[in-house]
Ligand binder design. Structure first.
Ligand SMILES: Cc1ncc(COP(=O)(O)O)c(C=O)c1O
Length: 428
């Protein structure tokens, strides 16, 4: 695949998921069916938890966990300043107060010491996120939380299949959430799970989920998501991408038309509050979604391992470049690199993207944001230098399968041309 273009990301939606979706449609198993319970049990088992409930989204999982753990309006929830902004919905809609904490420079996860410094009299909860699939500093976070009597909700949205020590992500903290949205490693046409071990908590979570009065998505909505997943997974295959998606990206870059940036600014203005009753918080996970997600559990471990190996090799190849790499995964910190995110020198990002595009490598700054200075949320403002610096300099490097060593060398060569070290060499 050496001459093919390298897409920035992958949508995980293998042929087995397409077939399973078509089968579920043909049998009319849209909202109810046996796959719901099979998938629910498989998710609990995969995380090593006693209980799992399927939710409409990771966001709904956070809301359900907070309510079941007894959160009251005004309670403060410590969370990383670098994460997906939509998580704020789960806190702001019911009236909880997000308190942003700066991240560690090289893991992009919440810094436990900065977290402890932000604990106040109203602090009740910690959202412990494994950002980009890198395990948080679980030991320190749990120890500090226990000392201050805080409940911990583990955000394993990015970490399905990863480990911290010998414990799986999704099995840490009082409750855990997962996400099965389009850009995660397990695609459930949106959706998620909330997990725990405590029987009483599980009962309360089930009640809370019911109390949200979730409505079933229409069949047309589910089919639309199914087609979107099929089409995007098809378009992000290197072979198809080389002949289609790459070229608009390439020409927009040559013309300096930063459409994405304009779109983000527009979102910033529009997303002051989530829309009235966001479906992500008030919908029900459907059997059709379970049906397409189930077969993906078979390939999850291999996909995670492939990204890990690509990230390890790519790091080796670019180590001498003026690029800041994230901390390397270790047997203790079993990173699954859902995204491989690096920092380029300040002011070079656009040029690096353009030069890499010329070499057929599509890079982008990614969708995760620094929330500490978002225009629509002035109340959240807090100095978070590591999160702000990452936001200004980050670049996602593609490490997803089917990319392999050859593509990693092409990416490294493209970066080497864009950001040469003293006395550079090319890798064939
Ligand atoms: C780390 C993290 N947590 C939670 C979420 C929310 O998941 P969902 O979109 O399923 O609500 C996301 C969103 O992508 C995320 O990246």
């Amino acid at each position: 695949m050496s001459d093919l273009k390298i897409p920035r990301a992958k949508v995980y939606f293998p042929a087995s998921a397409w077939l399973a979706g078509v089968r579920a449609l043909a049998r009319g198993r849209i909202h109810r069916g046996p796959e719901l319970e099979q998938f629910r049990a498989a998710i609990a088992e995969a995380a090593g938890r006693r209980h799992a409930l399927l939710t409409a989204s990771g966001r709904q999982g956070i809301l359900v966990a907070l309510n079941a753990l007894g959160a009251q309006p005004g309670d403060e929830v410590l969370m990383p300043a670098y994460t997906c902004r939509v998580i704020l919905w789960s806190l702001l809609v019911p009236g909880f107060r997000p308190v942003l904490v700066d991240i560690e420079r090289d893991t992009y996860n919440m810094d436990p010491r900065a977290m402890e410094a932000r604990i106040g009299p109203r602090t009740r909860f910690v959202l412990m996120t494994h950002m980009h699939g890198r395990p948080a500093d679980v030991g320190a976070t749990l120890e500090i939380a226990a000392r201050h009597g805080l409940k911990v909700i583990e955000d394993a949205a990015d970490g399905i299949g990863g480990y911290w020590r010998d414990r799986r992500m999704g099995a840490l903290g009082d409750a855990s959430i997962m996400s099965f949205s389009l850009y995660k490693n397990l695609n459930g046409l949106d959706g998620g799970a909330v997990l725990c071990d405590d029987d009483e908590l599980a009962r309360r979570m089930a009640e809370e989920l019911e109390a949200l009065a979730p409505t079933a998505p229409s069949t047309a909505t589910l089919v639309k998501r199914f087609v979107t997943a099929m089409v995007t997974s098809f378009l992000t295959h290197p072979l198809v991408f080389s002949w289609s998606g790459f070229w608009p990206i390439y020409f927009l870059d040559r013309l300096r038309l930063d459409v994405m940036q304009k779109l983000l600014v527009k979102l910033d203005d529009e997303e002051r509050h989530p829309p009235g009753r966001p479906r992500e918080l008030f919908e029900r996970f459907a059997n059709f979604q379970a049906a397409v997600a189930l077969p993906q559990l078979r390939t999850l471990a291999a996909d995670n391992a492939a990204r890990r190996e690509n990230a390890r090799y790519l790091a080796e190849l670019v180590r001498d470049l003026p690029i800041e790499l994230p901390a390397q995964g270790t047997p203790e910190q079993w990173d699954i690199y859902l995204n491989y995110v690096v920092r380029v020198p300040a002011g070079t990002r656009d040029r690096v993207i353009s030069e890499c595009l010329r070499a057929g490598v599509d890079l982008y700054p990614g969708y995760v944001e620094c929330l500490s200075n978002l225009k629509p949320y002035p109340d959240l403002a807090h100095e978070c230098p590591n999160a702000e610096d990452l936001m200004a300099r980050k670049l996602y490097l593609p490490v997803h399968p089917p990319l392999g060593p050859r593509e990693m060398r092409r990416i490294a060569n493209a970066l080497r041309r864009a950001l040469p070290p003293a006395g550079s060499r090319r890798l064939e």
